[in-house]
Design a protein around this ligand. Structure first.
Ligand SMILES: C[S@@+](CC[C@H](N)C(=O)[O-])C[C@H]1O[C@@H](n2cnc3c(N)ncnc32)[C@H](O)[C@@H]1O
Length: 279
């Protein structure tokens, strides 16, 4: 029979051998997630005996992590802007740097606005805005039906189901309204760079969420000219971008008559967001 402490140590050693970056944190997160208890429970119940069958099941989960599957997919959740989002393999795992979009949109707009989150994935951007700006009306769209199912689940968990509109759409194809703000974190990795991504991204996250075409800019080139029809006068567009894409995206915005174009850096001092105002 294994105690909880034995299992935690086993997990730690397994993840250390697999060169996981934060083995202790991840071992604790995996075990507490598996037992559906908080991390304090692992300390206060370290001598608790774990049933053989549960030990076997936990070792299967641990092996998945050691092979490179992201923790968020194994646990089925990821924190974003202080809230927990359900995630599965149909959606990109929300990234901390994407939180910058939320801060900037809150700073540059008022509450009573209509927002479109294009390429919404898990819904982390649009749903967070819906909850941070309670008087706003938010539409979230994605080409993937499976992503929309994830957004629907997250909207329910966050109690936002009556406040948001969900639309399956290839970019603007099924969108008919105008918005004060369009926000998008589209796929932006150049196709040739996909193979060089770390295993946990390349082999597990959806390619449709990553691949930004030959130069990584395909989506900006499509979204920006089309967005003009879907923005009210003085409406704003906010994009997450790859660290080396700011100049190109700024140029596409100014060619399309956007003004007041600004670039913002993330906490790692990398260009991360470009915004512009429509006329
Ligand atoms: C980089 S992920 C961003 C997900 C989420 N907004 C986030 O920040 O975590 C890009 C998303 O774009 C979606 N997507 C790809 N091609 C699309 C298209 N043609 N029209 C709409 N969405 C698309 C993918 O399904 C994926 O969910």
């Amino acid at each position: 029979m294994n105690t909880l402490k034995d299992l935690l140590n086993y997990a730690l050693e397994t993840l250390q051998s697999a060169n996981t970056v934060n083995p202790r944190l991840e071992a604790e997160a995996l075990l507490s997630g598996f037992l559906r208890k908080d991390k304090l429970y692992l300390i206060t119940h370290s001598d608790e005996l774990i049933k053989e069958n549960d030990v076997k099941l936990f070792k299967v989960i641990l092996k998945r992590r050691a092979m490179g599957e992201p923790l968020a997919y194994i646990l089925g959740k990821k924190e974003f802007y202080g809230k927990e989002f359900f995630v599965n393999k149909s959606v990109l795992i929300p990234r901390p740097e994407t939180e910058l979009l939320i801060d900037l949109i809150k700073e540059h707009t008022n509450d009573e606005i209509k927002i479109l989150d294009l390429c919404a994935g898990s819904g982390c951007i649009g749903l967070t805005l819906g909850s941070e700006l309670p008087l706003s009306k938010v539409t979230l769209s994605d080409v993937s039906k499976d992503a929309l199912a994830v957004i629907k689940k997250n909207a329910l968990i966050l109690g936002l189901e009556n406040k948001v509109k969900l639309i399956v759409s290839d970019l603007f194809q099924n969108i008919s309204e105008k918005f004060n703000v369009i926000v998008s974190n589209p796929p932006y990795i150049p196709s040739r760079d996909i193979l060089g991504l770390e295993t946990s991204v390349r082999d597990y996250e959806p390619k449709i969420a990553l691949d930004g075409g030959a130069d990584g800019l395909t989506f900006y080139k499509k979204i920006i000219p089309a967005a003009k029809k879907f923005l009210v006068p003085k409406g704003k567009i906010f994009f997450e971008i790859g660290f080396d894409e700011a100049d190109a995206v700024k140029a596409i915005l100014s060619e399309n008559n956007f003004s007041d174009i600004k670039v913002y850096k993330d906490l790692a001092e990398l260009d991360r967001v470009v915004m512009g105002t429509f006329q």
